[in-house]
Design a protein around this ligand. Structure first.
Ligand SMILES: Nc1ncnc2c1ncn2[C@@H]1O[C@H](COP(=O)(O)OP(=O)(O)OP(=O)(O)O)[C@@H](O)[C@H]1O
Ligand SMILES: N[C@@H](CCO)C(=O)O
Length: 293
C-alpha cells in the first residue's frame, strides 16, 4: 500500500497561460493505492459527490492505464473540484507518484508529468500539464512542449475560493483565439518579470508579473464580484491578483505581514457580492509527498 499527499496548484498565474504553475502548501488530496486485479476508485472528502468513481471518467483512471498499474484506489479530496486549484490534477499527480512506487516502474518525477497529464484530457479535453507539474514537482514550474523546469520560491499567497463552480472545459471556451502584437509584447514582459521574481523569491516582482491583458479579462467575467475582490486585495497590500487556473478561485501574491488582511478583504468583497467564499492563507509549497508505504 502507498499513500501520497498531492497538493493543490494554481496554473497560469496571469501571464503564463498554459505554461506557469505553482504548488500550494495547502489544501491537498491524499491518494492511497493497493495492488488489485481490477481497478476500483473510491472518493471521499470535499465535493466527493461530484466526482465520478468510474475509472473511465476519473482522472486517476487514465494514469492507471498509462502505467499499466491496476489498483484499489482511495482518494480523500481536500481540493474541491471545479475550483481553479487543480483538483482534478492533484488526484492524477498523487496517483502517478503512488502507482509508480507501488509497481516499481522507475519513472523520474519529471517523466511522471506527461503521464499524469493524460488525466486532464479526460476532464477538459486537453492534456495540459500546468497543474500536474507543480503538484508532482513542487515550487514554481514552467511547462512547455519540451518538458518542465521548476524552481523553489518563498512567496506568501492567498487563494480565495467562492462557493460557485466553473469547469475548466467551460472556461476554455472564452479564451480568445488570437492576440495583438502589443498584447504579446506586454505578456512576454510580464511573464519574464514573474519568472525573475520567483527566482529571487520577490513578491513585488511576482505580483507585477501576474498582470495579463489577454485571457484573464475574459475569464474574470465568469466570476461574480471579481473586480471588487481584486481591488480589496490590492487595498490590503497584495502585490498582484489574478484568476487561479480556470477559476473561480482568485489568487493574490503578498508579503507575509499582509496575508491575513488580504484574505479578509477578499472574503469581504465576495460577501458584498452575495457570495460565500473560503480563503486559504498559503504559500508556494512542495510537491507530492509519500506519507506511507
Ligand atoms: N479525481 C478527480 N478529482 C477532481 N475532479 C475530478 C476527478 N476526476 C474527474 N473529475 C472531474 O473533473 C472536473 C473538475 O476538473 P476541472 O479541471 O474542471 O476543475 P479543477 O481541477 O478544480 O480546476 P483547474 O484545473 O482550473 O485548477 C469535475 O467535473 C470532476 O467531476
Ligand atoms: N491552463 C489551464 C489550467 C486549468 O486549470 C487553463 O487555464 O485552462
Amino acid at each position: 500500500m502507498v499513500t501520497v499527499r498531492a497538493p493543490a496548484t494554481s496554473a497560469n498565474l496571469g501571464s503564463g497561460f498554459d505554461v506557469f504553475g505553482a504548488a500550494l502548501s495547502r489544501p491537498a488530496d491524499v491518494v492511497t493505492v493497493e495492488k488489485a486485479a481490477e481497478t476500483t476508485i473510491e472518493v471521499t472528502g470535499v465535493g466527493a459527490q461530484y466526482i465520478p468513481e468510474d475509472p473511465e471518467k476519473n482522472t486517476v483512471g487514465a494514469v492507471v492505464e498509462a502505467l499499466d498499474a491496476p489498483a484499489r484506489i482511495h482518494i480523500d479530496k481536500g481540493v474541491r473540484p471545479a475550483s481553479g486549484l487543480g483538483s482534478s490534477a492533484a488526484s492524477a499527480a498523487g496517483a502517478a507518484v503512488a502507482l509508480n512506487r507501488l509497481y516499481n516502474r522507475g519513472f523520474s518525477r519529471e517523466e511522471l508529468v506527461p503521464i499524469a497529464a493524460e488525466g486532464e484530457a479526460v476532464v477538459s479535453g486537453v492534456a495540459h500539464a500546468d497543474n500536474v507539474a507543480p503538484s508532482i514537482l513542487g515550487g514554481f514550474t514552467v511547462t512547455t512542449a519540451e518538458g518542465t523546469r521548476s524552481v523553489d520560491a518563498a512567496i506568501p499567497l492567498v487563494v480565495c475560493l467562492p462557493d460557485v463552480a466553473v469547469s475548466t472545459r467551460d472556461a476554455r471556451r472564452v479564451v480568445p483565439e488570437s492576440a495583438s502584437m502589443e498584447e504579446l509584447v506586454e505578456t512576454v514582459g510580464n511573464a519574464a518579470t514573474l519568472a525573475i521574481g520567483m527566482c529571487r523569491s520577490d513578491p513585488d516582482l511576482v505580483g507585477l508579473g501576474m498582470s495579463d491583458p489577454v485571457v484573464t479579462p475574459e475569464r474574470a467575467r465568469l466570476i461574480t464580484g471579481y473586480d471588487d475582490v481584486r481591488e480589496r486585495a490590492f487595498d490590503a497590500g497584495a502585490t498582484g491578483v489574478t484568476v487561479s487556473g480556470a477559476g473561480p478561485a482568485v489568487i493574490a501574491a503578498c508579503r507575509e505581514r499582509d496575508r491575513r488582511d488580504v484574505a479578509a478583504g477578499m472574503l469581504d468583497a465576495f460577501a458584498g457580492a452575495g457570495i460565500e467564499a473560503r480563503a486559504y492563507q498559503t504559500r508556494i509549497g512542495r510537491g507530492s509527498t509519500v506519507l506511507d508505504d
